[in-house]
Design a protein around this ligand. Structure first.
Ligand code: SF4
Length: 315
């Protein structure tokens, strides 16, 4: 994405490519092997969102049972609210920057900032209003907190985009607007992917970092050890749907604190055999729970950050 350092990513991908050369990925664990176990889904009539399987707060998969059999949604929380709003900020900023460039043609970074910066407050309020409509309204102090962070993140993205535009314009004096957009604004593109061949939803939205063909996921909360599962699920779906090898995953962690700019870290990893097997095992176990309407019970310890904590533990 345009707020990541390309030089830094290139270096990390170089290391990962060497790891891939050494370890490889077994062909039987590629998504295109969807007609054979272990990739073949246990049923062709049940589909899961990648998040339903990948967000492994619960080691027994009781969350899957509660959601799909008992029809219980996790109660809305501040964390959930923040996640939706900050994802919305990233999508909105990219769309507005691209629209402005296509509308006005070649403009400087400074002009982009003059045009878009005044609308940041309203854009964030709209995103918060939309999220309130789906999740419910937060307390006033929490709304203020989310709004302040959303504005910080939005402004940061606009400044980064403006800087990339100026750098690209000065490097390529004959560039046209189409190339400018491609060059300066994210090489991460949202792709719609049909995951049904491997038991996932028919219309998944996947972010793909094109130079390395890596599946990317933006996270705005804490670092969790199950985060690599989501890119793994998307990689398998892309391989099944498009027969393209996806070897790498990338998680972009955005942390918004009281500091004037967000802290951004990336985790890059090989989507190797072990991750693929683990994801497919989770999928198969989820299928079994749903097929038998079986409550798998609670794990010995429920993490208090599990979205279902209030339902299962603190009733
Ligand atoms: S609260 Fe415990 S049992 Fe319920 S979904 Fe979370 S981890 Fe599982």
């Amino acid at each position: 994405m345009f707020f990541l350092s390309k030089a830094d990513l290139d270096k990390k991908f170089k290391i990962l490519r060497a790891e891939f050369q050494k370890l490889g990925v077994s062909d039987e664990l590629r998504g295109w092997n969807w007609q054979e176990p272990p990739v073949e889904p246990p049923s062709r009539s049940l589909f899961f969102g990648v998040g339903d399987l990948a967000a492994r707060y619960c080691s027994t998969l009781r969350d899957v049972y509660l959601k799909r059999i008992e029809n219980i949604k996790p109660p809305p929380s501040l964390k959930m609210f923040e996640g939706i709003v900050y994802h919305g900020v990233a999508a909105d900023a990219v769309t507005r920057v691209k629209s402005l460039l296509f509308d006005k043609g070649l403009i400087s970074g400074a002009s982009l900032i003059e045009d878009l910066m005044p609308g940041v407050g309203n854009a964030c309020e709209r995103l918060i209003w939309e999220t309130s409509n789906t999740l419910g309204r937060l307390e006033e102090k929490d709304l203020e907190f989310v709004k302040k962070n959303a504005i910080t993140f939005y402004k940061y993205l606009l400044v980064q985009a403006a800087s990339q535009i100026d750098l690209t314009l000065s490097k390529f004096p004959h560039i046209d607007v189409d190339s400018l957009v491609n060059q300066a604004i994210p090489p991460i593109v949202e792709r719609k992917v049909d995951g049904s061949l491997i038991g996932l939803s028919k219309e998944l939205s996947v972010d793909v970092y094109t130079p390395a063909y890596a599946v990317a996921d933006l996270k705005t909360g804490e670092v969790r050890n199950f985060h690599p599962y989501a890119p793994t699920g998307y990689a398998l779906a892309l391989e099944a749907d498009e027969e393209i090898a996806v070897n790498f995953g990338m998680i972009i962690y955005v942390k918004l604190t009281s500091r004037p700019a967000p802290t951004i870290n990336t985790k890059l990893f090989l989507i190797g055999d072990e991750l693929r097997r683990e994801f497919l095992e989770i999928r198969d176990e989820a299928f079994e729970i749903i097929a038998n309407a079986r409550d798998p019970g609670k794990p010995p310890v429920c993490p208090d950050y599990c979205p279902y904590y209030l339902i299962c533990v603190r009733k």
